[in-house]
Design a protein around this ligand. Sequence first.
Ligand SMILES: C[S@@+](CC[C@H](N)C(=O)[O-])C[C@H]1O[C@@H](n2cnc3c(N)ncnc32)[C@H](O)[C@@H]1O
Length: 491
Amino acid sequence: MEFFPIFLDIREQPVVVIGGGDVALRKVNLLRSAGARVTVISPEAHQGIRALADNGEIEWRAEAYGDDHLAGARLVMAATNLAEVNARVAQTARQAGIPVNVADNPDKGSFITPSIIDRSPVMIAVSTGGAAPVLARLIRTRLEALIPAAYGRLGGLAQRYRETVKQRFSDVSRRRRFWEKVLTGGVAERIFAGDLSGADMAMEQALEAASDTPPGGEVYLVGAGPGDPDLISFRALRLMQQADVVVYDRLVSKPILEMTRRDADRVYVGKERNRHAMRQEEINRLLADLAKQGKRVLRLKGGDPFIFGRGGEEIDTLAEEGVPFQVIPAITAASGCAAYSGIPLTHRDYAQSVTFVTGHLKDGTINLNWPQLAQPRQTVVFYMGLLGLPIIRDKLIEHGVPPTMPIALIQQGTTENQRVFTGALENIQEVVEREKPKPPTLIIVGEVVELRDKLNWYQNAPKALGDKLWASIPDDGDQQGSLLDDHRTLD
Ligand SMILES: C[S@@+](CC[C@H](N)C(=O)[O-])C[C@H]1O[C@@H](n2cnc3c(N)ncnc32)[C@H](O)[C@@H]1O
């Protein structure tokens, strides 16, 4: 973060604008709308500045800039068309410790002004740190379209009732839930429909009807998908933003975790080297206990919670103890990796069925129905199969799969760190030794893999973020995956 975003109270504060042209006028208008006492310093001034000065709304001093003009200012805007004057203003202000903005030259000033969407009292500021003002304006335009003007009125209602609601609910989480209901329910609808008195009435009713009993907790078992944040569902996003506690493990990528409510408590229950892992039974217990404390608990899981995710066990405990829950499905690694690597899992000419299996090692072996997996005209997808790959290869060949059968390994599928390695069953281990794929990696075996040459579309550019997308996944083949417990294999 290059600039720290804040909203400043400059009501009745002295602010100096150096310059008298169009740009200066825009700054003056903005500052006045925030209630500042504005003085403009410029030998010449735009008609609009003169008019404001004539009305006594600002002070205009028709003088060339001198450093004394900054004395006592709380904020300074350098907006002349002379770079050397702007630079001098910036230097003097910085030396005096006064925040200064230099129009069109963010590097010289100490603060920048964002693009804003004004739905007072709701104010949305967008900044690219001066890197791409046009992009900031573009984003602002999109947000303008998304956020109706009525949000300002909704903000006004919230402001009017703030104290009353605070008195009514001393408990913060109850208060928060009340507001969430009001701002997304009938009261908001009336505001959007322009029925302000109806909204006030509905608000009074809501306050009256609000129960004093502590709110019940709930668990949201939410699939976070394979990694690309764009792939999560609207419903998942909504619940991610309203949960009080987030219980997550190592398969949830960082960008997705960052989409959860900022002030929610976060509990990491995944395995990390040198860090104590929570066993599955402990996680089940934790979810139930948190919900019983009245919390809305987000249990965020990589991929789909019901596909090799032990989601069933987690809600089993909840069901037994009468804790309400919801399950939100998501794109599983097989679908995500297949799509992003251009490998259709089924195809009329090559595969009439697809099977998802876990390739985890247990006691040095993989217990699967190999004769069935070796049948022709099918695709087999192995989750958690990287460590057991030599066994998978041997077993498939032993049961009749041709050694030349195409196979793909997809590392960190759907993310900017996706890498895809292809080969034939007989030589895939050489590929692994050479390329050293990192977890999480998915394995696809079948003729459909050949289609990738033609259908590959996803062009990712790995970022500096590197492997930190999943900071907590060990890449050393550590088999102590607590979450997987008896799966016991990270990859
Ligand atoms: C415990 S399973 C969880 C599966 C998850 N519930 C799902 O539906 O995708 C973990 C395995 O899923 C696979 N996996 C999950 N996300 C992946 C990704 N983004 N890229 C490749 N493989 C992934 C890997 O094989 C990993 O070892």
